[in-house]
Structures are given as structure tokens and as C-alpha cells.
Design a protein around this ligand. Sequence first.
Ligand code: SF4
Length: 351
Amino acid sequence: METVITTSHTASHILAPAYRALYLSGELARRVDSLNALLVRCTVCPHDCLNNRVHDERAVCHAGRLAAVSSYTAHFGEEPPLVGTKGAGNIFFGNCNLRCVYCQNFQISQTYKQQRTNEVTPERLAAMMTELAGRGCHNINFVSPTHYAPQMAHAILLAAEQGLNLPIVYNTNAYDSVEVLKLLDGIVDVYLPDLKYADSNDGAVYSKVRGYTEHARSAIAEMYRQMGDELMYGEDGLLKRGLVIRLLVLPNDLAGVRESLMWIREKLSPRVAVSLMAQYYATNKAATDERYTLLSRRITEREWMRAVEALEDCGMEEGWMQEYDSAAHYYRPNFDDRDVPFKDVRDFEAG
Ligand code: SF4
């Protein structure tokens, strides 16, 4: 379902995720303290709500003291070197700091009352991580972690105490605080950010957020500062460290893919890995609310080809792209089935 743009992968000799050394030195515990301190007047993301989350005060994202986990499972729908044979160890957080009208995970990202029932202690979150490791998953892939970055780091500390040795993937909408990302330096092994829009006005209309493009670009620039443009692979061929930027092609060019690619190339590097995604389908409000009619359909093949051409014109050298035809079915989750919210992508490949 995914095509490799190039195969110039760098073989590496990474023996352990970076957080192992931070844990042994005591630095990981200090980082957790610094991150938890941000919850008192919440500045965990660029919304800067200033609510006291330690006292469970809620604001834009509806997140409180404890992390809400909607599902955790082996997942086969991420980029191939994250999936391997046993799957990525996905932990889907509930709630979100964005309100995308087309969010495919809206059942868990925009149902804050329900998510209160999914809140777990750091100890329970750490137990989920070790359970996924025990199932053979190749990494721990935190999905929508931004608003729970302190709780995530706390659970990583507890799991590290129990010997966790898997790469940590930070799978984010990129509306992240640069200060938080600096505290995650050496804790996160793979950054997997979206870059949703090249124009913040579109972010305001379709994700209900101010300054998306400026904040996301600052966040991704910090991720690049930490990771550079090199992807590090283990001897098993799986991704152990690096930055992969996801670009989801939207109908009517609302994502501004060419402009985002040019920014990546000019401000970061043409060797940054990009994952070009064709899987958009109309769901949530985009499927029902006529204010969002520009998002009410799949992308056309021509729109997809234009995005592929932009990738080629920009000379991007590393990454993956989905196949236009194959992307429509597997990626429609149903979080009513908490244990298996996604169908198994391998069934679609076999068919
Ligand atoms: S994490 Fe949530 S409460 Fe904190 S600043 Fe962001 S949106 Fe506001």
C-alpha cells in the first residue's frame, strides 16, 4: 500500500533507544518533573490555556491530570519500517488540541465526555507499553500525544524502569510547543508529525486553531534540529530514529502540499523523509456540514498526481507515498471496537 520514494536508507548500529541513557543518568526523571510542571498553568501546547491540569481544570483540549487512552493495539497501517511483521505498538490518546472537521479519529478526538471514562494512571499507561512490547510490537507509537506529553514521558520513565527497550514514536498533528519538544529531546526516537496546511487561514477554518502553520513549522524545525535528515535503521530493517513528515493531500489543494514541500526543502533539507498520503476521505463534519463542502469528497487522481509531481519537482529524496487506489478502505477506523479499531491492512494487501 506504500511505495518507497527512494531506498537510500542508512544502516545504523543503534543498540538502544536514547531514553535508556537518559533513564540511567537520572535525566529522564528530571525531564518528567519539568514537563509535569507545565501542567500547573498549562502551556503544554501553543494554545497556552493556563488552566491548572493538576487540579483537573479543563480547557481547549479537555485533557486533565490523567491521560485518556482510547485504544492500544498492534497496528499495521503506519509507514512500512514502523510496522515490520508484528506491527507498530499504537497507543491512541483520546481528546485533541485541534478540532479538524475531517478528523478520521473523531470518535476519540472529539468526544471529551466519553474520554473521561478512558483516563488511566501513568502506571497503567506504562503497563500498556510493556504489554505491547510483550506482543512483539516493534515500537511504541503514541498517536496524538501533544496534550499528554507530560503523562507520556512519565509512563516512559516507569516503563524504562521495567526494562522497556523499544523506540518511542511521537505521532503528532505538529501543533506542539517548542519548549515541550526540547524537553522530549532524547526521549523520543522517531518524530512523525503532520504538516497539515501551508496557510494558517485554512487551519482556522478546518481545524479551529490559530497560527497552525507558524507553530507547526517551528515545531518541525525543532524536531529537525534534534534528528537531522538521516533516518537510522536497525539490522532488522526497521526505523529506529529520525524525522518523517506526513503530508495528507486534501481536496481542492487545501493542504498546500507544494508550498509545504518547498518549505521543507528550503528551510530544512531536501533529504528530510516525507510520507505523502492519499487516504483522505470525507468523514465527521466534512461529510455532513455544507460549510465544508470543499472537503466533502475523496481527492481525485489528478489532485494526487499534482502532489506527486510537486514531490518530484522539489527533488525530495527520501520517504514513502501511498498508492492512490489502495488507500480508501483500511484507514477508516471504528473506535467502537477498542481492541481492533482498524481492519488488518494485510487482508487488503492479500486481496
Ligand atoms: S494542552 Fe490542552 S489545556 Fe494545555 S494549552 Fe494545550 S489545549 Fe490548552
